[in-house]
Design a protein around this ligand. Structure first.
Ligand SMILES: C[S@@+](CC[C@H](N)C(=O)[O-])C[C@H]1O[C@@H](n2cnc3c(N)ncnc32)[C@H](O)[C@@H]1O
Length: 244
């Protein structure tokens, strides 16, 4: 699938039900998230990451952090407690425009739209922390996941820390994703995203995975080293990476 179709999916989700598209529990569908609770979850997640990062002694400095696939800025604003400057980057216009609107009074948070399969918009050695949660798993191909991981390491400072989540496995029964296929088919016929998401309860969201051994090879080839792996549920992993 092309990156432009992938972008259209996330524009649809960002327009119709952005908070549910980010944290997809069924009881929160159709604007049912309490916004305080939604942002509090982000703060708790980042507090845990920073605690683990502290145990690893990384990053050495806290000047700038990047939140890749920032959505409406749930994690970007949580990172703002720990870093002088935080940048959220996302492929979806709808998500970025909400992130900007909701963080007008957060002078150290900046939001950038990036619709390319790389991060050339950022120079080497730009960020002490690069963070990404529940993003890589939704990308359309393992090749694209690999490209972004390489880019994360390129833009990381020498004693910085890259943290990203990625499933290591998806059971066969969950790989077919029929609701996504029907969504794409009907959307291509011109059916509105509102109707598909709200009335038919379909979703364009894809799920991908990369086995741990392959992630480690990708990281190593890009000049990084995995210093810690946290296992979440039975399929999820969070990788902590620094530059070699
Ligand atoms: C499930 S949401 C997670 C948002 C955020 N990480 C959080 O946990 O609050 C996934 C986000 O990744 C973004 N995304 C998907 N593909 C992307 C890409 N290639 N580059 C940047 N952002 C992307 C989507 O637009 C969406 O905002």
């Amino acid at each position: 699938m092309s990156l432009s179709k992938h972008k259209r999916d996330w524009d649809d989700l960002g327009r119709v039900d952005p908070l549910w598209a980010i944290l997809t529990s069924p009881e929160h569908r159709y604007d049912k998230w309490n916004i305080q609770e939604f942002f509090a979850r982000g703060a708790a997640e980042i507090a845990h990451v920073m605690q683990h990062a502290g145990q690893l002694g990384l990053p050495r400095q806290r000047r700038a952090a990047l939140d890749f696939g920032c959505g409406v800025g749930r994690l970007t604003r949580a990172l703002a407690k720990h870093f002088d400057r935080c940048v959220g980057v996302d492929i979806s216009d709808a998500m970025i425009s909400k992130a900007c609107e909701w963080h007008r009074d957060w002078p150290t948070c900046h939001f950038v739209l990036n619709t390319t399969g790389d991060l050339r918009v950022f120079k080497e050695d730009s960020f002490d922390l690069v963070y990404s949660n529940i993003v890589l798993q939704h990308l359309p191909s393992v090749g694209l996941i690999e490209s972004y991981i390489k880019e994360f390491i390129r833009i990381l400072t020498a004693d910085g820390l890259l943290v990203f989540q990625l499933p290591r496995h998806i059971p066969w029964k969950n790989r077919v994703q029929p609701r996504r296929r029907v969504y794409r088919f009907l959307r291509a016929l011109g059916v509105s995203e509102d109707y598909l998401l709200k009335s038919l309860k379909l979703t364009p969201m894809r799920m991908n995975f990369v086995p741990e051994a392959r992630v480690k090879r990708i990281v190593q080839a890009a000049g990084g080293v995995v210093v810690s792996v946290e296992r979440g549920n039975d399929i999820d992993q969070v990788y902590y990476v620094t530059r070699r």
